[in-house]
Design a protein around this ligand. Structure first.
Ligand code: AHM
Ligand code: MG
Length: 330
């Protein structure tokens, strides 16, 4: 069958066949994500027409002003994922505490963590935004009385992760640990169709991506690294690209190669991006596509999280760029 005729649901059913013991669980979880993100993309596409732009009037747990679309996206994901019987815990950038669903159910064995609308400060100016998600299995012996323990697991324990970019088209990219696959939403069918099978990050790319306005407050190795990228020390000159929406910046890095960084700064000594629902899914996809993701020293996926909204520096991208950074820090 041509690639363009395979829906994400058909694809996940195929993937499940390769997992002994799995019983339709992934397709049910993923269908919650596809439903919610189709609703989110519909709102994003109509943003200038309906009364959905602008601030909601409240501040989230990170101290950031919530946009109306942040709130809508969060509700959509909690609603559609909450309907899935296998889900026990949902944790979101927009909620201080994890949400418990299906209290008392023996079958609720999965936690899903997500950032409903990443980069939402860009929405008013028509710049790409995205949704990130990460799926974890309930650790043995942990009950719904300890919802934090469902999600405080290193990224290496993710059983699936992905994102949706609401860009010039809407693209869903996911992995269940068996490569990375991309699906473009066909607006006339309302279905995500396989458009990017088995995505591989190029070994080296043409771009570096960082908020260079903070350069003077980056630790020295990061400043030296940027100098190396700019000077041609890696065998080629680099161009710079920075959208300010992590999902969109990473999506370009996945397709074209290169490096995306959010280093520690004076203001954010642990970086800005959140480990559980931003860095971990991105790191999982990067590794599955042949790339590398570190926090400056260690593999992002090896970090043992201590709190749900914990931040981490991240440097993620192609083999050549990340190997060079590794040499610089020794
Ligand atoms: P958000 O989750 O509140 O939208 O913030 C995360 C976003 C990322 O998408 C992006 O990489 C980063 O913030 C940009 O931050 P800065 O403006 O400091 O460069
Ligand atoms: Mg975010």
């Amino acid at each position: 069958m041509p690639t363009s005729f395979i829906t994400v649901q058909q694809h996940i059913l195929e993937e499940q066949r390769r997992f002994p013991g799995s019983s339709g669980e992934f397709s049910s979880l993923l269908s919650g994500i596809t439903m919610a993100t189709k609703m989110i993309q519909d709102k994003v596409r109509r943003a200038g027409l309906s009364d959905i732009l602008g601030e909601y009037g409240e501040t989230n747990v990170q101290g950031e002003r919530q946009q109306k679309l942040d709130v809508f996206a969060n509700h959509a994901l909690i609603h559609f994922l909450g309907l899935r019987e296998r889900v026990g815990v949902l944790a979101s950038e927009e909620n201080e505490q994890p949400v418990i669903v299906h209290q008392g159910s023996e079958d609720a064995n999965y936690a899903i963590v997500f950032d409903p609308l990443d980069g939402s400060s860009n929405i008013d100016v028509n710049v790409s935004v995205g949704t990130t998600f990460s799926i974890l299995r309930r650790p043995d012996g942990v009950t719904l009385h300890e919802p934090d323990q469902w999600v405080l697991q290193p990224g290496s324990k993710q059983i699936a992760a992905g994102y949706v970019v609401y860009g010039s088209s809407t693209i869903l990219v996911y992995s269940v640990g068996n490569g990375v696959h991309g699906f473009t939403l066909d607006p006339s069918l309302g279905a995500y169709m396989l458009s990017h099978p088995s995505m591989k990050m190029p070994k080296q790319g043409p771009y570096y991506s960082v908020n260079e306005a903070y350069r003077e407050s980056f630790p020295e190795p990061y400043r030296d690294y940027l100098d190396r990228l700019r000077s041609g020390a890696l065998g080629q000159p680099y161009a710079s690209r920075y959208i300010g929406s992590m999902v969109a910046d990473f999506h370009r890095t996945l397709l074209k190669g290169g490096v995306f960084l959010y280093p520690p700064t004076h203001e954010n000594p642990d970086g800005k991006l959140r480990l559980l629902y931003e860095a971990n899914p991105i790191a999982f996809l990067a590794e599955q596509a042949g790339g590398i993701a570190i926090d400056g020293k260690r593999r992002v996926l090896d970090i043992e999280p201590e709190s749900i909204h914990q931040r981490t520096p991240i440097i993620v991208g192609s083999q050549v760029e990340l190997t060079d950074f590794g040499r610089l820090i020794g």
